[in-house]
Write a protein that binds this ligand. Structure first.
Ligand SMILES: Nc1ncnc2c1ncn2[C@@H]1O[C@H](COP(=O)(O)OP(=O)(O)OP(=O)(O)O)[C@@H](O)[C@H]1O
Ligand SMILES: [Mg+2]
Length: 288
């Protein structure tokens, strides 16, 4: 069986600047995969290319064996997409937005009504079906966008920053929904600049930096490579230095050998550490 997604030698330049830089990546059927990267890393550009919205400068993308550049019309039925920015029609209700989208996918009236009722139930919006988009919360808008992306029962769902701007509780609700869809068989490809989101949700994470994958693997394997335990040394106002160790015993031995002039913290490492070690930058902007 072919892979769900096969990307080879993908490049995208905007006015001579490389935004996607030689991307190679394969995603299996059923994976829950995420691109983790800071603002401007190329996450949205990658998703736009994968979903036919932007043409690459070079390279090839296959979705379920279908060449995205050669067969853009037929490949569209393979996936659903939830874009980074609100893309619902604000003059319509939630239900009307879904109706509009279902018509675009040529569902019959009977199919449309049944499918929309099922999806509203699935994303827990049945009680808000007749609310205008402007009259519901950010989390509800996001869930409405997810319902809309699922209208045609795609086996692959792209989510670009699915929880950006949502509060912690609402974010968890969206995470639960994404997990549930994945358990039920949908392959998920998401992007995020939230470390906790990548760690909590993704089976495999690709760390994206300047359009390149600089590390890839499960959150655990990425941390293991670096060292599961981090030691932070606060150098009396001269910044913070980090060292990583396979376990707490080795970290403690290291701390014992320190002169004792620094403030020292021992903690579990995380994907932020992985990113900083590889790039010298924090994911959430700013150079360390
Ligand atoms: N249409 C465009 N024309 C010119 N430059 C663009 C265009 N779209 C994106 N870029 C540039 O490409 C780079 C990557 O942008 P992209 O939106 O893919 O990043 P991102 O990882 O999604 O960032 P964010 O976290 O802010 O959403 C940025 O430097 C951006 O300014
Ligand atoms: Mg983006």
């Amino acid at each position: 069986m072919s892979k769900m997604i096969e990307i080879s030698g993908l490049n995208k330049n905007y006015s001579g600047k490389k935004v996607i830089d030689g991307l190679d990546l394969e995603i299996d059927h059923g994976e829950l995969f995420g691109f983790l990267g800071p603002n401007g890393a190329g996450k949205t550009t990658a998703i736009r290319i994968l979903t036919t919205l932007t043409k690459p400068s070079s390279g090839r993308v296959l979705i379920n064996g279908i060449d995205v550049a050669r067969e853009p019309a037929s490949v569209k039925s393979e996936f659903g997409i939830v874009q980074q920015h609100l893309s619902l029609n604000r003059d319509l209700t939630i239900s009307e937005n879904l109706q509009l989208h279902a018509r675009l996918h040529h569902l019959s009236k009977k199919e449309r009504n049944q499918r929309i009722a099922d999806l509203l139930d699935y994303v827990e919006l049945s009680d808000h079906a007749d609310y205008l988009i402007d009259d519901v919360s950010g989390g509800m808008k996001r869930r409405a966008m997810i319902a809309r992306a699922l209208i045609h029962r795609p086996k692959l769902l792209f989510l670009d920053e699915p929880t950006v701007g949502l509060d912690a509780q609402t974010r968890r609700k969206v995470w639960d929904l994404i997990r549930r869809m994945n358990v039920e068989g949908t392959t998920v490809f998401l992007t995020t600049h939230y470390i906790e989101e990548a760690e909590a949700l993704c089976q495999r994470v690709g760390v994206l930096h300047h359009g390149r994958i600089i590390a890839i693997g499960s959150p655990l394997s990425l941390r293991e490579k670096l060292g599961m335990i981090a030691v932070e040394m606060n150098l009396n106002g001269n910044g913070t230095e980090y060292k990583y160790f396979p376990d707490r015993v080795q970290a403690a031995q290291f701390i014992e050998g320190l002169p004792g002039t620094e403030r020292v913290v021992m903690r579990e490492s995380n994907l932020e550490d992985v990113f900083i070690e590889l790039t010298g930058q924090k994911v959430l902007g700013g150079v360390t």
